[in-house]
Design a protein around this ligand. Structure first.
Ligand code: CA2
Length: 144
């Protein structure tokens, strides 16, 4: 199984700013943990981050035929991006939405996810563990 992990804007800052909200683990640390678990499960992962909405859209479009599942932490674009939602919907690759923080326990503007209706499901609030739970959810989906 091939799984594409996508990370949105500012997640490259993980571990360096606002540790009280996002912890001290870097995105590279998370990638290493997820990669090790995926390897044990016999899955191949690609792990990418971009601050550019259009780049994330392009990666989602290109995932068709190349990946079985997308796991995405779209960060702030979760709450604003019709383009990401349309790309997920148009591409049709099963997608799992993840977040480090519990977005529903934070500011009201974070309660709404534009992509949630076109995703298989949402995992949030477990810190870096959300990525491993996202991996487990991806593994539980049968490849098309
Ligand atoms: O909890 C999550 O994973 C979020 O997707 C993180 C986004 C936020 O906009 C979403 O509402 C919830 C923010 C990512 C920014 O990451 C930073 C990391 C370190 C320092 C500053 C920002």
């Amino acid at each position: 199984m091939k799984i594409l992990f996508l990370n949105g804007p500012n997640l490259n800052l993980l571990g360096t700013r606002e540790p009280e909200i996002y912890g001290r683990t870097t995105l590279a640390d998370i990638e290493a943990t997820v990669r090790a678990e995926a390897t044990k499960a016999g899955a191949a992962i690609d792990f990418r981050q971009s601050n550019v909405e259009g780049e994330l859209v392009t990666w989602i479009q290109q995932s068709k035929g190349a990946f079985d599942v997308i796991v995405i932490n779209a960060a702030a674009y979760t709450h604003t991006s019709v383009a990401l939602r349309d790309a997920i919907s148009a591409t049709g690759v099963p997608t799992i939405e993840i977040h480090l923080s519990n977005v529903h326990a934070r500011e009201e503007f974070r309660h709404k996810s534009l992509m949630a209706p076109v995703c298989k499901g949402q995992i949030c609030g477990f810190g870096q563990e959300s990525y491993l739970l996202g991996l487990q959810a991806a593994l539980s989906l049968k490849p098309n």
